[in-house]
Design a protein around this ligand. Sequence first.
Ligand code: 5AD
Ligand code: SF4
Length: 519
Amino acid sequence: MSKENKDYSKYFDFSGAKVLSEDEHGKRIRINGREINILSEPNHRQEKQRGKQSVEVLYDTELTEEFRSIGAGKHYIVYTYGCQMNEHDSETIKGLLEQMGYRATEDRKQADIILLNTCAIRENAEDKVFGELGHLKHLKTEKPDMLLGVCGCMSQEESVVNRILQKHGFVDLIFGTHNVHRLPHLIQEALFSKEMVVEVWSKEGDIVENLPKKREGLRGWVNIMYGCDKFCTYCIVPYTRGKERSRRPEDVIAEVRELARQGYKEITLLGQNVNAYGKDFEDIQYRFGDLMDDIHKIDIPRVRFTTSHPRDFDDHLIEVLAKGGNLVEHIHLPVQSGSSQVLKKMSRKYTRESYLELAHKIKKAIPNVAFTTDIIVGFPGETDEQFEETLSLVREVGYDSAYTFIYSPREGTPAAVMEDNVPMEVKSERLQRLNAAINEYSRKSNDRLLGSTVEVLVEGVSKNNDAMLSGRTRTNKLVHFEGSTDLVGSFVNVRITDTKTWYIKGNMIQDAVTASDAV
Ligand code: 5AD
Ligand code: SF4
């Protein structure tokens, strides 16, 4: 329970609300006839703060008996929006629900609880969630006993929680990114009180270990750190995810070893900025390069990581990645813009030149490396010339693929109040030109593979053709080929015969690939 949010009226717009009671445990209010129990609400000012308070790691998170039967005979659905961090949080949410006795369903009519794990990174991500809430309102009318919850990054935003309180009073539960482990308590509270329960901590964040996870598929995600301290001027993440805090190396390594033991073929180490791993340790000198070096020795075939910040990508890490083995030759290195002036306004803390120098250094150390990136067009005030610099950087690096976005203002971030004189048509046109350039280089990088043999981790039957299997190369390229479904989950060698922009095709062969062939 947060004791931080004392002066509610200061931060929160309770217009139209009647206060029913208030004490140190929170506040009960009524809005439009709906009673709401606010245990704690988002507080943007606190989300911005980065104090000296050290990170606490909680290990004792065993669910007690009283919670284990709440969901017996009941069903759940969790809808996930946004990034891999959210996907992974959903695995924890599902793990907790299953410990409470709930079982998964895909049928909304059968569900006793539906949770929306939301993303706040761009406005269209939020629009999708509000659209979905509109659909779920009908279901809630038919099934009033069903619990409907909103969690994830949107619930950390004051404006979103206000909007739900005022206009979507049929929601039963709102909890934040720091409150996932509290889910059993919050469900219990919502079921018994029949009130809407809101608990969103803005605190700098603990690390909660040993929560259950319901993992699916061949690829396992492992959080190595949480939060972000970079405060890029366009980005909401430092507010919604709290300060940078790293999991202890022994906990990460134990989890990776356990996944290896369970037969996972690939893991992805997750963090908003994995290169800052370990910066917050006060008692040990142990950084991301050291972690990768230790994980390199674990018997798991492929190890990926996301996402990197160019600023913290140090030489030791490059040296370790160059060892290869299970450390694959794929680096996602978000650049955001090719113009040093725009990068400065974004507060990225590197220049076009230093980014290119880093990319060349990595290429020299890992010659067959595949780079992917994130790029924003139409940042406030971006000129044609500055956009051209982004295009020329794309050509110079020759990315294998990229996620590209039109800048979306996020309330409370510094960029949201910058003057923006770039019309939307210009932004859209820039996005199209950028995508055309990215596609050209994706195709070129695929074409270079023609005739070569690649190692593919077989993921399943191809989405568009039952007769084909699909899988990924070490560089994360999608490959389609004919083969038996028995091969799902194993590694095969595929000789590439045909290439497209988004995928490559080939024939399975028997002879083994050598490490240097493996791309
Ligand atoms: N508008 C557009 N794109 C954004 N991203 C983050 N914030 C915004 C925003 N306000 C993009 C960045 C980041 C990726 C995850 O999302 O490119 O790397
Ligand atoms: Fe957002 Fe920048 Fe942090 Fe990435 S590094 S999460 S873009 S603030």
